[in-house]
Write a protein that binds this ligand. Structure first.
Ligand SMILES: NC(=O)c1ccc[n+]([C@@H]2O[C@H](COP(=O)([O-])OP(=O)(O)OC[C@H]3O[C@@H](n4cnc5c(N)ncnc54)[C@H](OP(=O)(O)O)[C@@H]3O)[C@@H](O)[C@H]2O)c1
Length: 251
C-alpha cells in the first residue's frame, strides 16, 4: 500500500504535456516534474519551452517545439513521443469574447479547430502510432464555459462542450487497453491568456471561492495522472471555485 507521501508520485512515468509553454500547462509540467515524472513538453514558442526546461526538476526531460495544428507538427510529435504513461492536453485557445451577432465564421471555426478538433486529432494520431502505453492516463483541460455558457462565448463554450462529449465516447473505445480518458473542468484561472479576455467583474464574481492562480489548481490533473487516479475514467473533475453553482449569467 502507498504511503501518504507516495499517493500522487509520478516516478517512472513518461508524460506528454501539450501546451506547456504558458499558463496551466506550464504550471502542471513544473509540478509533474517535482513529483518525479519525465516529461516531453510541447508548444510553439521555443524560448518559453527552453526556460521551462531549465526550471523542471529532475533529469531527462525533452521539449518539442511544434505546431499541433499542422500535419507536420503532429507527425513530428508521434515520431518523437513514445511509451507514454500519460498526457495532459492543455493546448487550446481562449479566443475572444464576441457577442453572438458579431461572431464571424472564421472565429467560430478557429475555436472549434483549436479546442475540439486538435485534441482529438492528436489523440488519434498517438493511439494509431501506439505511442500510448496500455494503462496510460490522458487528461484534457475543458472549461466550466461548457456548462454555464457565459455571454459572448458561444464559440469557446461550444468548442469545449464538443470536446467533453467526444472524450466520453473515446473513453469507451480505449478502455479495453486500460487507457483512461478524463477531463478537468476549470473555471476562471488567472493565466495571462485569461486576463487578456475582457471578462466582466460580474461574471468573475460568480465564483464564490475567488479566482485561483494556475499554480494553485494543478492538483486534479496530477491526481488523474498518478496511480491514485487509476480507478477513474470517462469522468470530469470540476475545479471552478464554485462558478457552476450559480446558473444565471449576465442577464
Ligand atoms: N485560464 C482559464 O481561465 C481556463 C479556464 C478553463 C479552461 N482553460 C483551458 O486550459 C487550457 C490552457 O489555458 P491557459 O489559460 O493556460 O492558456 P495559455 O497560457 O494560452 O496556454 C495555451 C497553451 O497551448 C499552447 N498551444 C496553443 N495552440 C497550440 C498549437 N497549435 N500547437 C502547440 N501548442 C499550442 C500554447 O503555447 P504556444 O503559443 O507556445 O504554442 C500554450 O502553451 C486551454 O485549453 C483553456 O481553454 C483555461
Amino acid at each position: 500500500m502507498a504511503t501518504p507521501e507516495q499517493l500522487f508520485r509520478l516516478d517512472g512515468k513518461t508524460l506528454l504535456i501539450c501546451g506547456a509553454s504558458s499558463g496551466l500547462g506550464r504550471a502542471i509540467a513544473l509540478d509533474a516534474a517535482r513529483l518525479g515524472a519525465q516529461l516531453i513538453v510541447v508548444a510553439r514558442r521555443e524560448a518559453l519551452l527552453d526556460s521551462l526546461l531549465a526550471e523542471l526538476e529532475g533529469q531527462g526531460h525533452r521539449r518539442l517545439c511544434l505546431d499541433l495544428a499542422s500535419e507536420e507538427g503532429r507527425a513530428l510529435l508521434v515520431a518523437e513521443a513514445r511509451n507514454l504513461d500519460g498526457m495532459v492536453y492543455a493546448a487550446g485557445s481562449l479566443g475572444k469574447l464576441v457577442p453572438f451577432h458579431l461572431l464571424r465564421e472564421d472565429l467560430l471555426e478557429e475555436q472549434y479547430r483549436a479546442n475540439a478538433l486538435l485534441p482529438l486529432l492528436v489523440t488519434r494520431a498517438l493511439l494509431a502510432a501506439k505511442a500510448v502505453r496500455n494503462g496510460a492516463s490522458l487528461v484534457y483541460l475543458v472549461s466550466a464555459g461548457a456548462r454555464i455558457s457565459p455571454p459572448a462565448s458561444a464559440a469557446y463554450s461550444g468548442s469545449k462542450a464538443f470536446l467533453a462529449a467526444a472524450l466520453r465516447s473515446v473513453a469507451l473505445d480505449v478502455v479495453k487497453k486500460q487507457i483512461r480518458i478524463n477531463s478537468v473542468m476549470y473555471g476562471y484561472v488567472l493565466t495571462e491568456a485569461m486576463q487578456q479576455l475582457a471578462v466582466s467583474d460580474e461574471v468573475k464574481a460568480m465564483a464564490p471561492l475567488g479566482l485561483p492562480e494556475p499554480e494553485a489548481v494543478t492538483g486534479a490533473p496530477l491526481f488523474l495522472l498518478s496511480d491514485s487516479g487509476r480507478w477513474m475514467t470517462r469522468s470530469s473533475m470540476t475545479i471552478d471555485a464554485g462558478l457552476t453553482l450559480r446558473q444565471k449569467v449576465g442577464i
